[in-house]
Design a protein around this ligand. Structure first.
Ligand SMILES: [Zn+2]
Length: 129
């Protein structure tokens, strides 16, 4: 298990911590730095639980949902996102990407269970998926 530390008081923190129990600093997991980072004080409508700090910064989820359904996805969204829904908010981008990855793994496992083999050009023996 990886341990983290509070950037304010050096208290040992776990991934599950959303607040330092020693100094009450709010923390979130930064995907960019792979570390727990200090967050600004929670606003009145803040969510409880682990907060992911993704590249692109923080966006209020409820505002992102409203914007997405009012304005739709950005016109160039297909160039950078796996789905239109993934353009809505970094959390949905993360979830949609993992969902697609898991679907691909499921497909390969199903194919393997039915004996599917893949021949790689230039290789003598068949490679099994
Ligand atoms: Zn602390």
């Amino acid at each position: 298990m990886r341990l983290f530390s509070c950037g304010k008081c050096d208290q040992v923190l776990f991934f599950e911590n959303s607040t330092c129990m020693n100094c009450q600093q709010r923390v979130g997991y930064s995907v960019e730095t792979a570390d727990l980072v200090a967050l600004p004080p929670e606003d009145a409508e803040g969510d409880a639980g682990i907060e992911l700090v993704l590249p692109g910064g923080r966006q209020r989820y409820d505002e992102a949902v409203q914007r997405h359904y009012e304005q739709g996805p950005p016109q160039n969204g297909a160039e950078s996102y796996i789905s239109a829904y993934a353009t809505m908010h970094p959390w949905e981008d993360w979830a949609e990407t993992w969902a697609h990855y898991l679907h691909m793994v499921d497909t390969l496992e199903t194919a393997k269970s039915h004996g599917l083999t893949v021949r790689v050009p230039g290789k003598g023996a068949a490679a099994h998926v």
